[in-house]
Design a protein around this ligand. Structure first.
Ligand code: AMP
Length: 379
């Protein structure tokens, strides 16, 4: 029997109180519609099924003939090393991973269950933010140097996040460099409100800066990134903080916000421009950490074909990019200040003589989810 063409794909990002969606025609990879339903369960639609009913109403005729739905899912643990059709068995496996994302996972999986009700018979594909990393990351990078019983009992290890974005820019960079994905070596930098870097060897991840949770690695909007675990214990002890309070401090009250009074990089750049010393230090800390990881990752992949930057900051902030690239002279990387004026488009911003090109590639996680949805259903 001839397989049905998967052409019209709805991409759903279901959060605890909001649901974002985009509708694609995958023949031309064009976006037909996008939207957001907010205040689910707190003044707006009563649950995710009601939110989806609103999406159907908003889409009108466009809601007809949807072939498949792709869902963003925060955590696939070690179970999901690729995107997967969310059968009953896979839903049961995913539900066991709720412990890794108690805020996001119930909403992500609730979105799938709501789609099963509203779009009867339409297949749902799960696209996991961790899968691109966990598929290929070796144990020497992925394990923590603590008693292995914590890995065996609790799954404590590095998983990494933003996988869908790193995968998208890896594929786009390979295309741009005219190399097969399976032969491309990159350092991919997703720099936004949340930030992560990945070391890509032969098209797969060998290391990434986020860990068990998205708290590790870069200095972020409100997250501290890398920190000595003993510092966390010292604060808990001194201020008699509970784990939940400490979680809020490290995830929501640290990073740029704690250092310079705003989590928004644009505010920090504007303050630094006016001579604000705290903002200046915050930007230098951010750029230093990114440069540090670029150097390390360039080493572990045996030399990058390109450094790729994306995300709100990577795509738009010439100031931050300049501060990062200024630190990469030892790798023979030089900035082209004129090219660096670019915002939100694919462009090489390194100078002609640069040993490694630095390329800005706007990410498109929703399109990546739609592509994976087609791929899973075409197998
Ligand atoms: P994202 O999480 O990828 O949406 O990125 C959000 C971050 O990108 C915020 O910190 C914004 O301040 C930052 N951003 C967006 N545009 C600019 C810009 N023109 N200059 C500096 N930062 C920017």
């Amino acid at each position: 029997m001839k397989q049905k063409e998967i052409r019209k794909v709805l991409v759903v990002n279901s959060g605890s109180s909001s649901l974002k969606y985009q509708l694609f025609d995958m023949k031309s990879e064009t976006r037909l519609a996008k939207g957001l339903v907010e205040r689910i369960g707190c003044g707006g639609p009563k649950d995710h099924a009601a939110a989806l009913a609103q999406v159907v109403a908003d889409l009108g005729d466009a809601a007809k003939g949807i072939d498949a739905i792709g869902h963003r899912i925060l955590h696939g643990g070690e179970v999901f090393t690729d995107s997967a059709l969310m059968t009953k068995a896979n839903m049961a496996k995913a539900k066991k991973l709720v412990k890794f994302g108690p805020l996001h996972m119930p909403a992500n999986l609730g979105g799938i269950e709501a789609c099963e009700k509203i779009f009867k018979g339409v297949p749902n594909v799960g696209v996991f933010d961790t899968a691109f990393h966990i598929a290929t990351m070796p144990d020497c990078a992925g394990m923590y140097a603590i008693d292995p019983k914590y890995y065996k009992k609790m799954g404590i290890r590095k998983y990494g996040f933003h996988g869908t974005s790193h995968k998208f820019i890896t594929q786009a960079a390979a295309k741009f460099l005219k190399k097969p994905v399976s032969r491309v070596n990159l350092v991919t930098c997703h720099l936004g409100n949340g930030s992560s870097l990945a070391a890509i060897k032969n098209g797969g991840v060998v290391d990434t800066s986020m860990g068990l949770t998205p708290l590790a690695g870069m200095v972020m909007g409100t997250r501290c990134g890398d920190i000595d675990a003993a510092a966390v214990l010292a604060i808990m002890e001194a201020e008699k903080r509970t784990p939940a309070e400490m979680d809020t401090i490290l995830n929501k009250k640290s990073g740029l916000l704690a250092l310079a009074g705003s989590s928004d990089c644009r505010d920090i750049c504007a303050k630094a421009e006016k001579g604000d010393k705290a903002a200046e230090l915050a930007l230098e800390m951010l750029a230093y950490r990114v440069a540090l990881y670029i150097g390390a990752y360039n080493t572990v992949i045996g030399g990058a074909d390109a450094i790729v930057m994306t995300g709100g900051i990577g795509e738009n902030s010439k100031e931050v990019r300049e501060r990062i690239i200024r630190r990469l002279g030892a790798l023979g990387i030089k900035l082209d200040p004129k090219a660096n004026q670019v915002r939100g488009e694919l462009k090489v911003i390194s100078a002609r003589g640069s040993k490694i090109p630095v390329v800005i590639i706007p990410t498109n996680e929703e399109l990546m989810i739609a592509r994976d949805t087609v791929k899973v259903l075409s197998k």
